[in-house]
Design a protein around this ligand. Structure first.
Ligand code: PHB
Length: 389
């Protein structure tokens, strides 16, 4: 056998460096880019996601696969028009190894395009835009949260089961609102109901009065709403103040009451929603998670915290498979995609398109918690329309 000369070794090193690309470094800290809203109607959601991600890393001793983690942060302001510039700060300026973000579907679509163009790893810890795990799917993109269709569909199932026949929907007019309403309509009409009218207003508007007047005039059997964060707080309070809670039952995907119950107070009590998490899931995994979260952040965990935590778990699964060697990109992404995540929400896997296949729960708002009331749909998978891998 020939011993390698200095020359062949050097060539080998060069070839390796080229195949790794600009991002991957074999040692030193792993650079994690957090692109989340720190301002605006979704600000609290961004905080919970970041907290959740960091909690998991802390639980691993502050390292993943034995490597330190260095964070780079961008406030995306939930503004799609700034999405490309903002994500490029992480990709081009900070040269991060992975991007975790974001909350808003419109911003996340810009991020997914930039991630695809630059082959940067992207883990989406909230935004449900169907295209991300549909036509834009790719080996380097996974989601730890949901597709917009999933909670909408699950709420449609339970609204029909309750015997409601005539529904109106109300949401912000952007990808998340429209796709969630589509999922609701699909299941509700399959279950024998009919959506009479879709109402909407521009994101992140909170001028609900004229729309509430229309609901009062039309008197549907049920209203389905998608709002989240600060907008959800205002909507639920306004709906109650208009005297509609008693006359027209309000349902929503669970974001309507998640992370918002303290601010909504009385107005939200008793609201029934569907989502892939419930606060009081009585499992050792969820109990430990909620306890550790409360100790670390002096706040109650919510669905956004879970999604951030699980984003870190998915990334860790990839890193552990390659012992922290980011250069082994194909093995890393393959391991991320075939993980079974031991989530506080319950165990879940990822679809071929990289979206969680997960149980959707019925919840009721009680005090400061969204309490488990049953399973709306078991192991619900987004259809992943248009994903070719
Ligand atoms: C979204 O824009 O995809 C979105 C935002 C907030 C949520 C859920 C989905 O709570």
């Amino acid at each position: 056998m020939r011993t390698p000369t200095l020359f062949t070794t050097a060539i080998g090193t060069l070839a390796l460096a080229a195949s790794v690309g600009a991002h991957a470094q074999a040692s030193g800290p792993i650079k994690v880019g957090l692109m989340l809203p720190a301002t605006g109607t979704f600000a609290a959601l961004g905080v919970a996601i970041e907290n959740g991600f960091k909690l998991y890393v802390q639980e691993q001793g502050g390292k993943l696969a034995g490597r330190d983690i260095q964070y780079f942060k961008v406030d995306d302001e939930s503004d799609p028009s700034k999405g490309t510039d903002n994500v490029n700060k992480l990709i081009k300026r900070d040269n991060v190894d992975v991007i975790v973000g974001t909350v808003h579907s419109g911003v996340a679509l810009a991020m997914a395009k930039a991630a695809k163009d630059s082959n940067t790893l992207l883990i989406v810890p909230n935004a449900g835009a169907g295209d991300i795990t549909g036509p834009m799917c790719g080996p380097n993109i996974v989601r730890s949260s949901f597709s917009n269709w999933q909670p909408g569909y699950a709420t449609g199932v339970i609204a029909a089961q309750k015997g409601h026949k005539r529904a109106m929907t109300i949401t912000w007019n952007y990808a998340a609102g429209n796709e969630t309403v589509k999922g609701f309509t699909e299941a509700f009409e399959k279950g024998g109901g009919k959506v009479m009218k879709d109402l909407n207003l521009p994101f992140p508007g909170v001028e609900f009065q004229a729309l509430l007047t229309e609901i009062a005039a039309q008197k549907p059997d049920v209203v389905f709403a998608f709002f989240a964060g600060g907008g959800a707080v205002k909507f639920v309070k306004d709906y109650a103040a208009a005297g509609l809670m008693k006359t027209v039952p309000l349902m929503g995907s669970g974001f309507l009451t998640d992370g918002t119950l303290e601010a909504q107070g009385e107005a939200a009590q008793g609201l029934i929603t569907a989502l892939h998490y419930a606060d009081n899931l009585d499992t050792p995994r969820n109990n430990a998670f909620r306890k550790n979260y409360a100790i670390a952040y002096k706040a109650n965990a919510d669905v956004y915290a879970v999604q951030g935590y699980d984003a870190a778990q998915i990334f860790a699964a990839g890193l552990n498979a390659v012992k922290g060697d980011l250069a082994k990109r194909d093995a890393l992404t393959a391991a991320m995609r075939k993980v079974t995540v031991d989530s506080p929400r319950g165990k879940f896997t990822l679809s071929a398109a990289g979206n969680p296949v997960q149980d959707m729960y019925i919840r009721e708002a009680k005090g400061k918690d969204n309490e488990f009331r049953g399973v709306a749909v078991k192991a619900l998978a987004d259809p992943g329309r248009g994903c070719k891998l």
